[in-house]
Design a protein around this ligand. Structure first.
Ligand code: NAD
Length: 365
């Protein structure tokens, strides 16, 4: 048996592939376009591991996907591939429509053709799992109840609108064609291998370099945070026991304002990597940094910035018996520790040297 993962060189996809192969010998075929966010360095520990087959390509390339499906005959396809960064979607929405909407459509069509060709028992056991986000539900007021699976879709950014469109396509392919799909909508993830344009890794990397820690607006936007390893365990659980056609919300019950998150990162860095001991200098003033929170800088808010997301994950807890293993405090400590222990990963991602590395190791660039 085999599974096909798309976007498995990105942040969550790579964590999932590593986690999967740490727990099972079932091979993974990993289809990833290697956009700026895809990084084979994340999967370096799998080099030479016959259970992992990496293919550079686009989920929108129907012929390629059909060939991979025919060749590897996976029992499941898990779709992590996406353009995922809200700020980038504001400045250039087109790639988001191409990959998240058109790409998902073409992937669904390739998968439908493959699934229809399977013998009945294999077709019945087959699953298409679509990884999505809480951002499709829009923004909550301070006293609103967290999003349930029944919450109406109200996406506000080009990113969330494109993900919402993909969720609707996946739903329609189940209702119209009977494709056995599962959709997961998860809150904000954090953890190892997170590209340093996202809030938590950006704060860690900037703080250690004495650079400003940019906080949008008043920093009171609330997000619900989940450690990426817990997201991976939830996806495994849904793949194993989820009901086709159902959607499952995944969250950590960790609502925090962005400012709280940044302050917590700073406090952990003060403890684990004190600025005076590392001789960190404030890049703006040239003065030594005593506490990393001195670097916090408020910047103009992002247009249409959602105020609050919060997930009600009681369905997956109740029906599938999943609960997160990490609290925000334990997960964040692990994350800060990981970035401190992997400066060369950060350096390669920032310098683009990993692209040269992958050209050398995989012949891809
Ligand atoms: P990411 O940007 O780190 O990784 C995306 C991966 O997809 C990259 O490796 C990229 O090269 C690949 N990719 C992009 N376009 C592709 C295409 N057309 N064909 C094949 N591969 C392509 O994103 P992430 O944070 O790992 O998110 C993974 C999924 O989880 C996304 O669908 C995202 O919407 C969803 N999600 C993310 C979060 C989060 O907090 N990061 C939370 C909930 C849901």
């Amino acid at each position: 048996m085999t599974i096909l993962v798309t976007g498995g060189a990105g942040f969550i996809g790579a964590n999932f592939v590593l986690d999967w192969l740490a727990q099972s010998d079932e091979p993974v075929v990993n289809l990833d376009k290697l956009t700026y966010a895809g990084n084979l360095d994340n999967l370096a520990s799998l080099q030479g591991d016959a259970r992992h087959t990496f293919v550079q390509g686009d989920i929108g390339d129907r012929a390629l996907v059909q060939r991979l499906l025919a060749q590897h005959r996976p029992r499941a396809v898990l779709n992590f591939a996406a353009e995922s960064h809200v700020d980038r979607s504001i400045h250039g929405p087109e790639d988001f429509i191409q990959t998240n909407v058109v790409g998902t459509f073409r992937l669904l069509e390739a998968v439908r053709a493959y699934w229809s060709s399977l013998p009945a028992p294999e077709a019945a056991a087959f699953r298409f799992l679509h990884v999505s986000t809480d951002e499709v539900f829009g923004s909550l007021g301070p006293h609103d109840a967290p999003f349930t699976e029944q919450h109406r879709y109200e996406p506000n950014s080009p990113y969330s609108a494109s993900k919402a469109a993909s969720d609707h396509l996946v739903r329609a392919w189940h209702h119209t064609y009977g494709l056995p799909v599962l959709t997961t909508n998860c809150s904000n993830n954090y953890g190892p291998y997170h590209f340093p344009e996202k809030l938590i890794p950006l704060m860690i990397v900037n703080a250690l370099a004495g650079k400003p820690l940019p906080v949008y607006g008043d920093g009171q936007q609330v997000r619900d945070w989940l450690y990426v390893g817990d997201h991976c365990s939830a996806i495994r659980r849904v793949l194993h026991a989820g009901q086709p056609g159902q959607t499952y919300n995944i969250g950590g019950r960790n609502e925090k304002t962005n400012l709280e998150v940044v302050r917590t990162v700073c406090a952990l860095l003060d403890e684990l990597a004190p600025a005076p001991a590392r001789a960190v200098v404030d890049a703006r003033t040239g003065q030594p940094v005593r506490h990393y929170s001195e670097l916090i800088t408020f910047v103009t808010d992002r247009p249409g910035h959602d105020r609050r997301y919060a997930m009600d994950a009681s369905k997956i807890e109740r029906e599938l018996g999943w609960t997160p293993a990490e609290t925000f405090e334990t997960g964040l400590r692990k994350t800060v520790r990981w970035y401190l222990d992997h400066p060369e990963w950060v350096q390669r991602v920032q310098s683009g040297a990993y692209r040269a590395w992958l050209a050398q190791h995989y012949g891809a660039a």
